[in-house]
Ligand binder design. Structure first.
Ligand code: FES
Length: 95
């Protein structure tokens, strides 16, 4: 199991490889806001700290949106991230 820590919500949960961080956030009661859920609107922009390979790499749409937002390098769109291996993942608001 991976361990996901939602810092702003003071919430730590376990998650299985393959789960989407959006689903975990929504199911576990995190306050991370979501809009399009397609990697376009940037509503779910967050700082995501995770060891190399612990979450899915960026696809083109997410890269484009992060660039357009001028997001910092540790930021990801939570709706586009999947757990890739059992490790510790920390998510903090970027807004
Ligand atoms: S909810 Fe729109 S980019 Fe994640």
């Amino acid at each position: 199991m991976a361990t996901i820590k939602f810092v702003d919500d003071d919430l730590t949960v376990n998650a299985a490889v393959g789960q989407n961080l959006r689903d975990i956030a929504q199911n576990e009661g995190s306050t991370i806001p979501f809009g399009c859920e397609l990697g376009v609107c940037g509503t779910c922009l967050s700082r995501v700290q995770a060891p190399e390979g612990a979450i899915s790499s960026m696809e083109e749409q997410e890269k484009e949106t992060l660039e357009a937002l001028g997001a910092e390098v540790d930021c990801r769109l939570v709706c586009q991230c999947r757990v890739e291996k059992d490790d510790d993942i920390t998510i903090t608001s970027a807004h």
